[in-house]
Design a protein around this ligand. Structure first.
Ligand code: DON
Length: 565
């Protein structure tokens, strides 16, 4: 539960004073959860599992792993034994690292595997057994735990196993989401496990996941080898073979998590540590911040048409580069240095017209040096020692491809759709991508996920990230700017309505909290602007460390919750 809101109370009092009312926060402003020592932000009730592990003496890495395993029952929409993701870590000693446990294309995958006889994309990258890449989560968690955790592996898994077998009262959001999950209803095993064969869970019903608890228990006893070589691997590979899927025992055996150097960049007196390729999201955050720096974009105030105009223009320019240049770094050369080079950024910034939208047809990818022609969830942990972990992982679409391997109790990803099935044709997130991200055996698809850690004057300042496909980098950007350029509390920054532009389609979409007036002002600058069809863009979960407090902000768009001590 959020802590008592002093600001809300004081705002209510000040509201009646004409003299000071202009300085009071809006009445709906919310306070972050505050704590002195440690903080976890995750989809509820998984944040409680993280807190339990911290209180038992685990560090931030232990807590992150506990939360990650717990999300398989707390948030099966994305919680991702059958998927993959990224973890950004900054240790209290000042070193930082990045663990890439992104899914990989199986050995039988091929460049044109999702094209029909006429060369048009089929839906097989999204639905059915062929849509899954080799899951990476368990190997990634194992790597992080062995190298950086403090407790025993089995201790990190224990609370997730206990909750999956004992059960917990379904939060409203979980019950509703499971009831409405059509891809889950379409698969007999998923329907049995997640929808009680049609006797849907109601809010408050006790939900148990006994198959998942057994799978997690074997993983706790036998380590990640259980998932990649053991009974779990054999069951998964046999089900793939029986159903025309591609993943074999060899694919599982060969999967490796990769430790990479995070991308790092500067914005004012902040250092941003974020995800390198195969994520495009980290590059995006650094490029967009660098393009904004020094423009004075913030002068019109938070949510003003002039600020949103600049934000949309830097988004447009980043996404054009993203779609052209990025691919798995083990397969293609990513011109990262060129894309972040100050002269290149200055030229991109210089092409922004302060008063008019630049049509995307006139933008296109830039020419950085070194270029060759050629449903997700996020959580953050900070512990008492100052170790910080930011994790985003996913099954891609909500509930992945909706398939549960019989007896294993977890859903499979449809991450293969993040590859370019056909250059120039939009994927699930409308991204129109190029050759660098085409399918090859063992290759990892480009991701937008960008778990990020920020330092201020060299000291830990923020841990943030979020789900939302292509909208992840733009959402993280806006939440961060809301805190550092517009002085908002982390909770208000997370709650505030956001916009999104991704080059193609050439359009700004905005959440409904932004006024029709602002929409009209952006139209007058030449933007095609529309309100989101759905209620939200992407979510952001954030911890800010300021004034001796850890301030946790969960995103209400998807039942994010913060807890600390
Ligand atoms: O890696 C990516 O960019 C996507 N597979 C993330 C999917 C996602 O965020 C879905 N959640 N809303």
């Amino acid at each position: 539960m959020p802590s008592y809101s002093f600001r809300r109370a004081s705002s209510a009092l000040l509201f009646f004073s004409p003299i000071v009312s202009f300085i009071c926060a809006p009445l709906d402003a919310r306070e972050p959860v505050r704590a002195r020592h440690a903080m976890v932000v995750a989809s509820q009730p998984a944040e409680q599992v993280g807190l339990e592990v911290l209180r038992k003496g685990g560090n931030a890495i232990d807590a992150a792993i506990a939360v990650g395993f717990a999300l398989n029952w707390a948030y099966p929409f994305a919680g991702a034994l059958g998927g993959g993701g990224f973890m950004t870590i900054r240790l209290a000693d000042g070193t930082s690292t990045f663990i890439d446990f992104r899914e990989e294309a199986p050995a039988k995958a091929s460049k044109a595997m999702y094209l029909d006889a006429n060369g048009n994309p089929t839906r097989e990258s999204l639905t059915g057994w062929k849509s899954s890449g080799v899951p990476g989560t368990v190997r990634g968690f194992e790597m992080a735990q062995r190298k950086y955790g403090k407790l025993k592996w089995a201790e990190d898994l224990a609370p997730a196993i206990a909750m999956a077998s004992k059960g917990f009262p379904a939060p409203y959001a979980l019950a509703e989401s499971l009831r409405n999950a059509r891809s889950v209803s379409a698969n007999a095993e998923s329907k049995r496990v997640f929808q009680r064969d049609g006797a849907f869970y109601e809010q408050g019903d006790i939900v148990t996941f006994p198959d998942l608890a057994r799978t997690l228990t074997r993983i706790a006893e036998n380590g990640a080898d259980e998932f990649y070589l053991g009974e779990t691997a054999r069951t998964l590979a046999a089900a793939m073979e029986a159903n025309g899927g591609l993943i074999t025992l060899d694919d599982l055996k060969n999967y490796k998590a990769v430790e990479r150097t995070p991308l790092t960049g500067k914005y004012r007196n902040y250092t941003v540590i974020t995800a390198p390729p195969p994520s495009a999201g980290g590059l995006g955050i650094l490029q967009m911040l660098a393009m904004l720096e020094g423009t004075g974009y913030e002068k019109g105030g938070f949510g003003s048409a002039s600020a949103l105009h600049y934000e949309a223009e830097v988004m447009r320019r980043f996404y054009a580069d993203r779609n052209q240049y990025l691919g798995d770094p083990d397969f293609v050369k990513n011109p990262i240095a060129g894309l972040l080079d100050p002269a290149y950024i200055a030229a991109r910034r210089g092409s922004i017209d302060p008063a008019h939208a630049t049509p995307s047809s006139a933008v296109g990818p830039g020419k950085p040096a070194g270029a060759e022609s050629s449903e997700t969830t996020h959580f953050d942990v900070v512990d008492e020692q100052g170790n910080a972990v930011s994790v985003t992982f996913t099954l891609n679409g909500g509930y992945g491809n909706g398939i549960t391997v019989p007896g294993l109790g977890f859903l499979l990803n449809n991450e293969m759709d993040d590859f370019t099935s056909k250059p120039g044709v939009p994927n699930l997130f409308g991204l129109v991508q190029g050759e660098a991200n085409t399918i090859a055996p063992g290759k990892r698809p480009v991701s937008s996920m960008a778990p990020t850690i920020v330092l201020r004057d060299g000291k830990l300042f923020a841990v943030l990230g979020g789900p939302g496909g292509s909208r992840i980098p733009s959402a993280i950007l806006q939440a961060f700017l809301a805190v550092v350029d517009f002085g908002m509390s982390p909770q208000d920054a997370v709650d505030a309505p956001r916009i999104h532009h991704q080059w193609l389609p050439d359009r700004i979409t905005m959440e409904r909290g932004i006024s029709p007036d602002t929409l009209d002002l952006l139209k007058a600058r030449g933007h095609d602007v529309r309100y989101e069809a759905g209620p939200v863009t992407a979510e952001v979960e954030m911890i800010v460390i300021d004034g001796g407090w850890l301030q946790g902000a969960g995103d209400p768009r998807r039942s994010g919750a913060a807890a600390g001590y």
